[in-house]
Design a protein around this ligand. Structure first.
Ligand code: SIN
Length: 287
C-alpha cells in the first residue's frame, strides 16, 4: 500500500509523523525520529531562548489519553537552526514548529528558521500551557495580525497549528481569516484540548502541578473533537488546503477516520509518548 502523502508540494514517504512536542525536543530525539519510520521529522515548538518548561509533574497518562502542561520546553531556535540542516541526511521532510511568548518571538524564530530552509514551517497558535498567555488561535484578530507579517518572513510553505474550535461560527471565522491572510499552505488540526482538569480522588488533588492542574488533553478522548475540526475546515476549504490531522490516533482505523474527514497526513502525540517509535511501524502495518 502506498502510504506517501503530499503537503503543500512536499512529499512525505509516509503519512504518519510525530506531533510537535512528542519525542522531538533534543537533537538525539530528532535523529531517532529520522531513523524511525516516521514520514517526517517535526521539531518541538521553539522559542527564542531555551526553556526548561513548567514544573513537574507536568504529564499524566490515563486509559483515555493524557493531560500535559509542558510549557514549551525546548532548546531555543538558535540550537534548532544548527540542528535542522543535519536532519536532511535522513531523507525525509523536516517540519519546524515555531512558537513564542510575544509576537516578536514568532518573527525572530521565523526569520532564523526560514534561513536554514526546513521543508515546512508550522506556526503554533495554540499552546494552552503558558501561564498568563492565552492561546493565540482563539483571538482571530491577533492571529491575523501575526500571520500577515509571518507570511512575508517565511518563504518555505507555512502552516498553522490551531486549537480545537467548538462552534461552526468559529470554524468559519477562522477559516475566512486564513483565506484573507493568504500564504497559509497547510493546517495542523488540532492541538490538545486546552485546560482540562483531572482530579485524583484518593490523594484529593489534581494530577499535574502547573497552572493549578489545568492542562491540554490529548489521546483517544479527544478524537471526536479532532475529527470534527478536520471535517469542518476541510468543508470550508474543499481540499484547497492540505490538513494534517492530529488527535486521538491509536490505531490504523483512527488514521483512516482522519483521512475520511479530510486529512492528508496525521501526527501522533500521546501514543508516541506512551509506546515509543515502534508506534510508527505498528500504525503503518494496520493501514
Ligand atoms: C507544551 O509544551 O506545553 C505543549 C505544546 C503545545 O501544546 O503547543
Amino acid at each position: 500500500m502506498n502510504l506517501s502523502a503530499n503537503i503543500a508540494g512536499v512529499t512525505l514517504p509516509n503519512c504518519i509523523m510525530n506531533a510537535a512536542g512528542a519525542r522531538c525536543v533534543t537533537q538525539a530525539e530528532l535523529e531517532a525520529l529520522g531513523r524511525s519510520h516516521a514520514g517526517a521529522i517535526v521539531t518541538k515548538s521553539m522559542t527564542p531562548l531555551s526553556r526548561t518548561g513548567n514544573p513537574e509533574p507536568r504529564y499524566y497518562s490515563f486509559p483515555g489519553g493524557s493531560l500535559n502542561s509542558m510549557g514549551l520546553p525546548n532548546l531555543g531556535y538558535p540550537a534548532y537552526a544548527q540542528i535542522i540542516p543535519s536532519l536532511r541526511s535522513f531523507g525525509k521532510p523536516v517540519i519546524a514548529s515555531i512558537a513564542g511568548l510575544t509576537e516578536q518571538d514568532f518573527f525572530d524564530a521565523a526569520e532564523a528558521i526560514n534561513a536554514v530552509k526546513p521543508d515546512l514551517i508550522e506556526v503554533n497558535l495554540s499552546c494552552p500551557n503558558l501561564p498568563g498567555k492565552p492561546q493565540i488561535g482563539y483571538d482571530i484578530e491577533a492571529s491575523q495580525q501575526l500571520l500577515r507579517r509571518l507570511r512575508h518572513i517565511i518563504s518555505v510553505p507555512m502552516g498553522v497549528k490551531l486549537p480545537p474550535y467548538f462552534d461552526p461560527v468559529h470554524h468559519s471565522s477562522v477559516a475566512s481569516m486564513l483565506e484573507q491572510v493568504g500564504g497559509v499552505s497547510f493546517l495542523s488540526l488540532i492541538n490538545s484540548v486546552g485546560n482540562g482538569l483531572i482530579v485524583d480522588p484518593d490523594q484529593e488533588c489534581v494530577v499535574i502541578k502547573p497552572k493549578g492542574g489545568f492542562g491540554g488533553l490529548g489521546g483517544k478522548i479527544i478524537k471526536p473533537v479532532a475529527l470534527a475540526n478536520v471535517r469542518a475546515f476541510w468543508k470550508f476549504f474543499q481540499g484547497r488546503l492540505p490538513i494534517i490531522g492530529t488527535g486521538g490516533i491509536e490505531t490504523g482505523l483512527d488514521i483512516f477516520e482522519h483521512v475520511l474527514c479530510g486529512a492528508s497526513a496525521v501526527q501522533i502525540g500521546t501514543v508516541l509518548v506512551e509506546e515509543g517509535l515502534s508506534a510508527f511501524d505498528r500504525l503503518a502495518g494496520e493501514l
